[in-house]
Design a protein around this ligand. Structure first.
Ligand code: CO
Ligand code: ZN
Length: 347
């Protein structure tokens, strides 16, 4: 017989598995969006999809002392786009988002049409690093004519999720794990009695095209017109051998972002997050990220400007097919997200 705790873990793992294993590189989010839409139907009071394919889910309506809050988790993933197929059926590609050639080698990919392939490399001079233009996708085709993919087709990495006990590894933890956090927070909110859900109108946005320049959240923020908002995303760590010096580490709690390369979090939002984490006893760590951007920028810069921040989940090997996160950090992020949006906010 399974204990309640094991059952809860199994449910969470299967939710994560579904989300990380559904292909959806930037601009190809239709399938992952439909998957998430099914999961949140019944939790939200209103669901709509905008022109860029963002899934916008409203919970609650704004009361006198409430705020319209936008919470954004991007649902696109990095991928590869075919630009040429040669006579022997080898497909050359360009990156969709930040792709490192080293993490491509020996990798497998899955196209939106279901075609699969492996990534091969040209013979390289000794001691040279491969560039993306030295790599190709081998779909098993024997000629251009029987190649199952054509110019413009897009694929993502193909790799199953791995449950490592306290930690989990998968492709596209960036940022499907944030979609998991948002969905779990929505469930927590929905499970509260109406009187305890707070005075806010909360828009959970599952945004598109973040990996190619924070595009989906830009139109979503304009459409939602929030008074306050935050992104949920993964962040880099400094806790692996000979890593770049960074304060973030797996297992130290939810990361509260101070800045990344795309924006500086509003100090009032940072304090709001710290205070909520403290009052709920949620472990947290401060995040200063030297590279990368998040949907927080789009929220902050929309219209005449909005106080914005970001809750991040520490993640190793970001943008590789084996990104890794910590389950306790994941739970901390869920609790913090649900806690923040379910109370009156005084910045
Ligand atoms: Co990313
Ligand atoms: Zn991301």
């Amino acid at each position: 017989m399974k204990t309640e705790k094991t059952q809860k873990n199994d449910d969470l793992m299967s939710l994560i598995q579904t989300l990380v294993e559904t292909p959806g590189p930037s601009g190809q989010e239709h399938r992952i969006r439909e998957t998430i839409k099914e999961m949140v139907t019944g939790l939200a009071d209103e669901i709509r999809t905008d022109a860029l394919g963002n899934l916008l889910c409203r919970m609650g309506s704004k009361q006198a002392n409430g705020k319209r809050i936008m919470v954004s988790a991007h649902i696109d993933e990095i991928g590869l786009m075919v630009i040429h197929v040669d006579d022997n059926g080898f497909a050359r590609f360009i990156p969709v988002g930040g792709i490192n050639p080293l993490t491509c080698l020996g990798g497998r990919v899955i196209f939106m049409n279901g075609a699969r392939g492996v990534i091969g490399a040209e013979r390289l001079e000794p001691n040279t690093m491969p560039k993306l233009e030295n790599l190709f996708i081998d779909t098993g085709a024997t000629s251009a004519a029987d190649c199952p993919v054509k110019i413009g087709d897009v694929c993502g990495f193909d790799r199953p999720m791995l449950d490592l006990g306290k930690r989990i590894s998968a492709k596209s933890m960036d940022d499907r794990i944030a979609a998991v956090i948002a969905i779990m927070a929505m469930r927590e909110l929905a499970a509260l009695p109406a009187a305890k859900r707070g005075p806010n109108e909360v828009w959970f946005v599952f945004s598109t095209q973040e990996e190619v320049g924070i595009r989906g959240a830009t139109t979503a923020a304009y459409g939602v017109d929030p008074e306050l908002g935050f992104a949920i995303d993964v962040t880099l760590t400094g806790d692996t051998p000979r890593a770049y010096k960074r304060p973030m580490a797996l297992g130290k709690g939810a990361c509260i972002k101070v800045r990344d390369s795309s924006f500086i979090a509003d100090t009032r939002v940072v304090d709001w997050m710290i205070n909520e984490a403290k009052s709920l006893g949620i472990p947290y760590q401060m995040e200063v990220l030297d590279a990368g951007g998040t949907d927080g920028r789009a929220i902050q810069m929309t219209r005449a400007g909005v106080p914005a921040g970001c809750i991040s989940l520490a993640c190793r090997y970001v943008h590789s097919p084996s990104e890794m996160v910590d389950k306790d950090d994941l739970n901390a992020c869920i609790k913090l997200t649900a806690g923040l949006v379910s109370k009156e906010v005084k910045l």
